[in-house]
Ligand binder design. Structure first.
Ligand code: BES
Ligand code: ZN
Length: 951
């Protein structure tokens, strides 16, 4: 041991102590002089606001909320009383909590001791709107360790938007307008309905009372224990006290809905609520919700802790659905299944959404992330559990095949330099809202899938159960999850270090390394704390495989000056899997370094990495690796699974964007699709061709557009002509039918257009009463919408329809017209919000923007109406992000990029706060480069094909 250590440490300690003492002194001065200190902001009344951080102090924590809410649906306002029991953890005389747009008239406080209350004193109320906070100042200090009751009396308007306690409405079939009020709090809007400690780790119990009129019902997280008639003919519903939960999960609704109910095998009452005229669309959701809830209770091996689960279809709802504990809320199209007009994909969507929100009852509600930086712990899990639960409850849907799509979406975003790590700091409400993105949801789900494949299903599941049990009613961060995953064995099972496989698990897991133990946290940190996605470069030669990893970047090429700096410091721990021409046994290798080497069991003609795309990485094959795979697909594509085939198509086109593979090779690979009949690879390959086609149309590159169109119609003829205009077949058959026919009708394929038009005319003759196959409805409407009177007819049908599924199809059809006046009218109607609800604005505008004849109109619409949009939607909300990304991502020229930049510059105050503007920017840059590099190649490849075909 070094004999010098003592004196060195001594001086260091002394120095530290001095530093500490000065620090304390400084803090004391700050506190004493706090009110004069200019670091503190000014409250609305001109006094000093005694807190200067966006996050609340933890000196006072809420224990129990008694909420009393009385909404008046006629005058659109509500009165509230929040009685909050708080516990003091550090002496202070101010309580800082959240409130937004609340008119607080009075606040009092009383000490509570052994249940008895002391006299009340009045609190001074200070407000600081920029932080959405209030400070309640007491004349005397509140003592550490004591519990107090704080009473806050307030009024507010029911919100006009989609957050807080907001107004919604619908029309009865007789044309009468009915009003209801509902809540949506996540992430930071509980503070718009009651003053509260609106951060996810301030969990408390809630007792809620709602006053309502006789013709209404009220719903909240818990069941009603009693309803008391009050003066004036009103009723007061008292809800049972809730479990310990975060404020963002509180919910209440006052409405006149009707419901259907059933009871699960464990005695939970499940009910679906909708407007009375939509009651007959609720039955599928009921069946699905019961099955899914039962599945989760089994899978998590933890009972759902509440006595009931209500699922409510709200007529005005901005996002897709919300997981309020015991009272999940949905957009009507996410819950209601209308047998006559809901297609296979609508049914799948409903099932997945319910699967998602019910997964949250455990992931998110029971165990919650500590802060919004880790929202992926909620959303990534819920997205992943959609697939796990629906696969188990509706095996016929074969949703596992569609999981690839989730990872493709994630990779699309993550291959941009403007991506972000899964865990990213987010402090203000706009940043927090923007965390609900494809990185949290889709990348989150994909890395969980990779981990599950790495650990085996059993280890993964027992890790989850352990995590959920250990942190029930509490909060977590990433590390807690990894720790739970790593310690799934009993003490006796431990072999070495921190990790073990119990006997049965060991047999199933091929990931065992002699003398090496796995540090799951170390592996997973490379996926959650670092942005981006790796590309694995495979050089195969006989039995030898050399491996290298790089950061995969779309649109930035190795010859670019920024390349090197964008690569530096990136390293992933990649659980690789592979199959070869020799063996179907899946080889496994954990790549932890920049380069590595594997020796195969025998010589192989080809190797395919990332088996079934269970891993989150892209693979590039050098030295003839791609040639071997292209040959294999062409000669015997069924040697690979359909997921592997789709994965190869995806990787090839991604590598083209990254400048690693030439477009010809990727296109050559798609030629095998003439033999393909599985929907996943067909739709993947077609998807790229369609994107190129639309780009060519928009840019008026007519020769390329025409040749591409002919190529698609020729190459997929075997599939196109096989499609029936019916609802028959498996889900996969049905999805293929809808997608394929939609594309070919859009390409003006005459047999398709004629058939659709005949259906449209028949339907119109029957005045909309004829039942058409649901999977082709949208196609029929779209063809019909190409004539002016067809379009007008569809708009009237839109107004009359009671099916959200049908309305969505009609909107898509209306947005496909080439008539600019009609497109403009459609967008205006949605902004007005009477005929087409405002909640559908993003769908309408983005659909118009996908139409090559509408994309400029859509962009100009967003520009022109920006300030109105800002009034109606919150910055960072899904609608705003969709509008920005959706209307700009088709641009592909320098002039258009300038135009977009100029607009973002003109709204700098908002655009600088948004991440999605960077995405838009990078998208356009990528398009420009893609065209510069690939247009000629695409042109000549298509010409060669034509010559080949001609000879
Ligand atoms: N927790 C979200 C709802 C939400 C979304 C709150 C955005 C705040 C901001 C909910 O669980 C959810 O993820 N909803 C999805 C639909 C779902 C099926 C993926 C949505 O609304 O997009
Ligand atoms: Zn969710």
């Amino acid at each position: 041991m070094n004999s010098d250590w003592r004196p060195v440490n001594f001086w260091a300690m002394l120095f530290q102590m001095m530093f500490f003492a000065v620090g304390v002194l400084f803090q004391v001065i700050l506190c004493l002089g706090g009110h004069e200190n200019e670091d503190f902001p000014t409250a609305t009344n001109g006094q000093v606001f005694p807190w200067n951080k966006m996050r609340l102090p933890d000196s006072i924590i809420p224990v129990h909320y008694n909420l009393y809410i009385h909404p008046n649906l006629t005058t659109s306002n509500f009165t509230g009383l929040a009685k909050i029991q708080v516990h003091v953890r550090q002496e202070t005389s101010v309580i800082i909590l959240h409130a937004k747009h609340l008119e607080i008239s009075r606040a009092t406080i009383a000490l509570t001791e052994y249940g008895a209350s002391h006299p009340e004193s009045i609190l001074n109320i200070l407000e600081y709107p920029p932080f959405e906070q209030i400070a309640l100042e007491n004349a005397k200090p509140l003592y550490n360790g004591e519990t107090y009751m704080v009473n806050i009396y307030y009024t507010a308007n029911l919100s006009d938007g989609f957050y807080g306690f907001y107004k919604s409405s619908y029309q009865t079939p007789e044309g009468e307008k009915r009003i209801l009020a509902s809540t949506h709090f996540e992430p930071t809007s509980a503070r718009m309905a009651f003053p509260c400690f609106d951060e996810p780790s301030f969990k408390a119990n809630f007792s809620i009372k709602i006053k309502r009129e006789k013709q209404h019902i009220s719903l909240s997280n818990m069941p009603i224990v009693k309803s008391v008639p009050t003066a004036g003919g009103l009723f007061e519903d008292h809800f049972d006290v809730s479990v310990r939960m975060s404020t963002y999960l509180v919910a209440f609704i006052v409405c006149d809905f009707k419901s259907v109910s059933a009871v699960t095998s464990t005695g939970i009452k499940v009910s679906i609520y909708a407007t009375p005229d939509k009651w007959n669309q609720t039955h599928y959701a009921l069946e699905a919700a019961v099955k899914l809830l039962e599945f989760y209770e089994n899978y998590f091996n933890i009972n759902y802790p509440l006595p009931k689960q209500d699922l409510v279809a709200i007529p005005d709802f901005e996002s897709g659905a919300m997981e309020n504990w015991g009272l999940t809320t949905y957009r009507e199209t996410s819950l209601l299944y209308h047998p006559g007009t809901s297609s296979a994909s609508d049914k799948l969507w409903i099932t997945m959404v319910i699967g998602h929100e019910l997964a949250h009852q455990w992931f998110g509600n029971l165990v919650t992330m500590e802060w919004w930086n880790d929202i992926w712990l909620n959303e990534g899990f819920a997205r992943y559990m959609e697939f796990v639960s629906v696969d188990a409850t509706y095996p016929d849907f074969q949703v596992g095949d569609h999981f690839l799509g989730t990872c493709f979406a994630a990779m699309g975003r993550d291959a941009m330099n403007s991506s972000r790590p899964i865990s990213t700091s987010a402090e203000n409400p706009t940043q927090i809202k923007e965390m609900f993105d494809t990185v949290s949801y889709d990348k989150g789900a994909c890395i969980l899938h990779m981990l599950r494949n790495f650990l085996t299903d059993e280890v993964f599941q027992s890790g989850l159960v352990r995590y959920l049990r250990k942190f029930s009613y509490g909060n977590t961060k990433n590390e807690d999850l990894w720790d739970s995953m790593a310690n799934t064995c009993t003490k006796e099972d431990f072999t070495s270090g921190d990790f073990c496989y119990s006997g049965s698990q060991a047999a199933k897991s091929a990931y065992r390394f002699a003398g090496e133990h796995l540090d799951i946290k170390e592996i997973m940190n490379t996926w959650t704390l670092q942005k981006g996605i790796p590309v694995i470069i495979v050089e195969h030669n006989g039995t030898s495989v050399r491996l290298q990893q790089e950061r995969f970047l779309k649109g930035i090429l190795p010859e670019d000056p920024s390349w090197a700096s964008l690569q530096s410091g990136y390293l992933w721990h990649v659980p690789l899997t592979y199959i070869t021409s020799n063996s179907k046994t899946i080889g496994k290798h954990l790549l932890k370094t920049k380069s590595d080497h594997i020796e195969l069991d025998g010589e192989a003609q080809w190797v395919k990495f990332n088996v079934d795309m269970n891993g989150y990485y892209i693979v590039h094959y050098t030295r003839g690796g791609w040639d071997a795979l292209i040959n294999l697909l062409d000669q015997n594509h069924t040697l690979l699974s359909q997921k592997d085939r789709a994965n190869l198509i995806h990787n090839a086109f991604q590598l083209v964007s990254a400048g690693k593979l030439s477009l010809d090779r990727a296109l050559d690979l798609t030629r095998y699709l003439r033999h393909e009949n599985k929907s996943i690879p067909v739709l993947q390959g077609l998807g790229y061709l369609e994107v190129f086609y639309r780009m060519a149309v928009r840019r008026n590159i007519t020769d390329v557009a025409t040749n591409l169109k002919n190529y698609i119609l020729q190459f997929f003829k075997h599939l196109i002509d096989r499609q029936t205009w019916s609802d028959e077949g498996t889900l996969s058959d049905r999805l293929l039918r809808s997608n394929l026919l939609e594309l070919v009708c859009d390409l003006d394929y005459l047999p398709c257009v004629q058939k659709a038009l005949a259906y449209f005319n028949q339907w119109r003759m029957s005045n909309g009463t004829l039942n058409l196959p649901t999977d082709v409805l949208e196609i029929v409407y779209s063809v019909g919408a190409q004539s002016s009177d067809g379009w007008d007819y569809l708009l009237t049908k839109y107004m009359q329809s009671v099916s959200g599924a049908e309305k969505n199809k009609i909107v898509s059809a209306l947005a496909s017209t080439r008539n600019p006046e009609k497109l403009a009218r459609l967008m205006e109607l949605s902004l007005q919000g009477d005929i087409i609800k405002l909640q559908n604005l993003a769908h309408v505008v983005v659909a118009v923007s996908r139409n090559p004849y509408g994309h400029l109109l859509a962009w100009n619409f967003v520009k022109k109406n920006w300030s109105t949009l800002m009034e109606k939607f919150q910055l960072g909300s899904t609608t705003i992000r969709w509008l920005i990304i959706g209307t700009s991502s088709q641009f592909s020229s320098k002039e258009e990029l300038e135009e977009v930049e100029m607009f973002f510059d003109s709204i700098k105050e908002q655009s600088s706060q948004l991440r999605c503007t960077q995405i838009a920017h990078e998208n356009i840059q990528k398009n420009i480069r893609w065209l510069e590099r690939n247009l000629d190649l695409l042109r000549s490849w298509l010409q060669n094909i034509i010559i080949e075909r001609g000879t």
